[in-house]
Design a protein around this ligand. Structure first.
Ligand code: 4AD
Ligand code: MG
Length: 478
């Protein structure tokens, strides 16, 4: 008999039919005569209740069926007496597939802290919280490809190893096969990367954007979806050293088109989660409520599902940076000196400022545009005022910046001048500048941090809990 997934059994299983289920034991409880096993195979947040008539089974076998053990059960589906599910499985035979020594298995049926589970990331998929998070992560990745495919975008695989620093921020991980203890040196005493594997200094990509632009200026619309790496020493709940980014890039799009796409895209992903992940979302909504129940009322988050629906229903606010500075300067926390970081035209907004705008002032996602050019990357479209660039950051409640993007400077002369001002080597970037030499057009794009989207959709509080094996400063276990 073929195995059925528990999701399928709970949804369509007919009473009286015989089935085989396989999975991992979450709990076993019961009396001298009858045992109840909660079995989970990862296909759904819900467990299948297996009913075991103790008399008909070997005592030693039942003893080995402990939390974490893997079993295969053949039996008859019967109407469930308990609430919450229609059917349960009356066991006829049970195979013990893999034992889990209860003295040593770390994931016991009790509340474990998220910190503890992070240290046991290899096993945390077996908890309700993390199985829900990773099913949703899969659904979101699928939704992203579906969205762009439906819109006629081409998925472009940009390189992981590159010699360029796309953001010009110098936060790169070096890729080298030179002997770290004894590297070849140039006459000036510097490491001679011409003798390295690629014949030049290379690093892990911080963004696929520059190569993405090359694709867009021929294919029209492309997107990337891959890992990116930042050697920034930010030990926060919103930064990773290795994260996944989605970067659409579109020819003939100006900043407004770019904003429209970003808003539609985010709403599509959130709608997809509501349409396809409701069981898991409900579980996570409940989890969040539990976690926050000891907080004062005004510090609790909005219900997770209400929050997702709220974002769908409302237009994002669109606002120039300069106006945002005015709002911040007139705000209560500013006047009461509650902001830790300065608010002055020209400085980059900190997360406390972004969150004030989104959570307190507008109570709605905000797209900030037209940032001062000196705090943004070299490739952004220079505005006529000579001071600002056509940048856009999408700010989300509880997250801050979820998307960063811009219209791109398409004018060769202006772009070259800006690169020189910012010490970006123009000769090495000849291939990038060629797009401005030959058939240059208005174009735009943005980058969505996949894990930031995941934080928003799942309501989890720490970015290390929405990626399977987080990479962060002093942290590369597994
Ligand atoms: O704002 P960023 O640095 O923009 C770029 O890399 C552009 N090249 C994107 C583009 O226009 N094609 O990064 C984009 C997004 C941020 O808004 C944030 O969501 C996420 O990537 N991000 C991070 N996520 C997790 N950990 C980090 N260290 C991140 N740095 C950026
Ligand atoms: Mg940014």
């Amino acid at each position: 008999m073929a195995r059925l997934k528990i999701k399928e059994i709970l949804k369509n299983g007919e009473t009286g039919s015989e089935v085989v289920a396989k999975g991992w034991v979450r709990t076993k409880r019961g009396s001298k005569n009858v045992n109840f096993i909660a079995l989970n195979d990862g296909s759904t947040i819900h467990n299948l209740q297996v009913v075991v008539d103790v008399e008909s089974f070997d005592e030693a076998l039942l003893r080995d069926i402990t939390t974490g053990a893997a079993i295969a059960v053949t039996g008859e589906l019967v109407e469930s007496a308990g609430s919450g599910q229609n059917v349960e499985l009356n066991a006829k035979s049970i195979d013990l597939l893999g034992k889990a020594d209860p003295e040593k298995y770390p994931i016991q049926p009790k509340k474990h802290s998220l910190e503890f589970l992070r240290e046991n990331a290899h096993l945390r998929f077996r908890t309700n919280t993390f199985s829900a998070v990773f099913r949703i992560r899969h659904a979101m990745a699928f939704a992203i490809h579906k969205y762009f495919n439906e819109k006629g975008f081409n998925y472009l695989h940009t390189p992981i190893v590159t010699a360029s620093d796309a953001e010009g921020a110098g936060q790169m991980f070096r890729v080298s096969t030179l002997d770290a203890k004894n590297p070849p040196l140039t006459e000036e005493g510097e490491v001679d990367y011409s003798q390295d594997f690629f014949g030049k200094a290379t690093n892990l990509t911080v963004s696929g954007q520059l190569e993405g632009e090359l694709g867009a200026l021929a294919l029209g619309e492309i997107y990337t979806f891959g890992p990116t790496f930042r050697a920034e020493n930010s030990n926060t709940t919103r930064h990773l050293a290795e994260f996944w980014m989605i970067e659409p890039e579109m020819a003939f799009y100006d900043l407004k088109d770019n904003m429209d796409l970003a808003e539609e895209f985010l709403k599509y992903c959130i709608q997809y989660a509501l349409d396809n992940c409701m069981d898991d979302l409900q579980f996570l909504a409940q989890r969040l409520k539990e976690e926050e129940k000891n907080k004062p009322q005004d510090q609790r988050s909005m219900d997770l599902i209400e929050k997702l629906e709220f974002v769908l229903k409302n237009d994002f606010i669109r606002l120039p940076y300069t106006e945002a500075i005015d709002i911040l300067k007139n705000s209560k926390p500013y006047k009461k000196k509650k902001f830790q970081f300065p608010v002055d035209w020209g400085v980059d907004l900190q997360s406390e400022h972004e969150r004030y705008l989104v959570e307190k002032h507008f109570k709605c996602p905000v797209i900030l545009i037209d940032y001062p050019k000196d705090i943004k990357a070299f490739y952004m479209k220079q505005n006529d005022d000579g001071k600002t660039v056509g940048a856009m950051d999408v700010l989300f409640p509880g997250i801050g910046e979820i998307i960063g993007g811009s219209q791109r400077e398409e004018d060769l002369e202006k772009l070259t001048k800006r690169m020189e001002e910012m010490d970006i080597p123009t000769e090495e970037m000849w291939w990038y500048l060629d797009t401005r030499r030959f058939g240059s057009v208005v174009h735009s794009g943005f980058g969505l941090g996949f894990e930031r989207l995941m934080l928003f959709v799942t309501g989890m509080g720490n970015i290390r809990d929405v990626i399977a094996f987080p990479r962060a400063p002093k942290n590369a276990e597994f």
